[in-house]
Ligand binder design. Sequence first.
Ligand code: FAD
Length: 318
Amino acid sequence: MESVASFLASEHPTAFSFEILPPLRGKSINNTYADLDRLVEFNPAYINITTHRTEVTYRHIGGGSYRQATSRRRPGTVAIAAVIRERYGVRPVPHIICGEYSRREIEDQLIDLSYLGINDILVLRGDRERSASTFICDPDGHEHAASLADQIVDFNRGIMADGTEAEPVFPPFTFGVAGYPEKHEEAMNAQIDLINLKHKVDAGASYVVTQMFFDNEKYFDFVKRARESGITVPIVPGIKPLTSLRQLSLIPRVFHIDLPPVLAERLLQCKTDEDVREVGVEWAIAQARELKAAAVPSIHFYAMHAVQSVARIAKEVY
Ligand code: FAD
């Protein structure tokens, strides 16, 4: 199988790809299988699997007391990546995050993946801890995705986290990074955000996957600005079908993304999640058709909690 990086750089019709979350800790993998069974029929070029940091949780232990604990709510990324390849024969793209990990812990993840022959990854800083106002990394970890990218490139060349030399990795890891058509929430302005994106590409990223957007003009403008800044790698648009009333305030607040006026007007008429789902599918079909007509390399669907919607969209568009 060729790498996702070379596939995206090659001549091909607009591909279908999507992203899933590992199950919550303690839940079986069967729902994940059901989701994958539903979507693999549309012949995805690759499937991304998110990675989630350790969170602080508080469990009520009676008498008004709570016990603090730390755990990863969604472990299992690497195992699900292996399942996707073995069970479905599709190229998996697990996400690697700076999170709270030290360089040595990240190296251990890279070793596991290289032994499994999984060499396509998406390199990210990761979300901040939910109760924290800023992202805090391990003292021996990475503050930004570009620095994590440097570690991966070193690892490919056989330079370990402690600086010692090892065997170069073959085949080497190739990776994509995240881009933000509407700017990352923490960036002082769009131009600085683009400079930081360029650092990630210069560090070795072969492609960019965008944050979700609901106005294709934002994506087209982002690609134009990226090209003007000297970013030449493929830029894959990310699309999320809306599925619930709750998302209408959550998405603008959490992801700092605007819903365009025409969409917002239609959503204001929605009374139930089902109403939102219908508008979400219709809107995403229109977005995907326009992106496909513009010959984007792939359309990357954020399928979490939206598998049935993504299946309906894929059926219409591919
Ligand atoms: P970075 O590229 O490090 O950028 C973070 C911020 O720092 C930006 O504002 C940037 O402009 C700024 N910056 C970058 N470099 C520097 C520098 N040298 N100096 C100063 N500022 C700098 N989160 C998860 O936890 N798990 C996932 O699996 C996951 N998957 C994702 C998939 C996609 C396609 C996308 C778009 C996002 C995903 N996220 C995930 C969310 C992502 O981790 C967050 O958006 C995070 O806040 C930023 O990640 P990044 O890799 O873009 O960070």
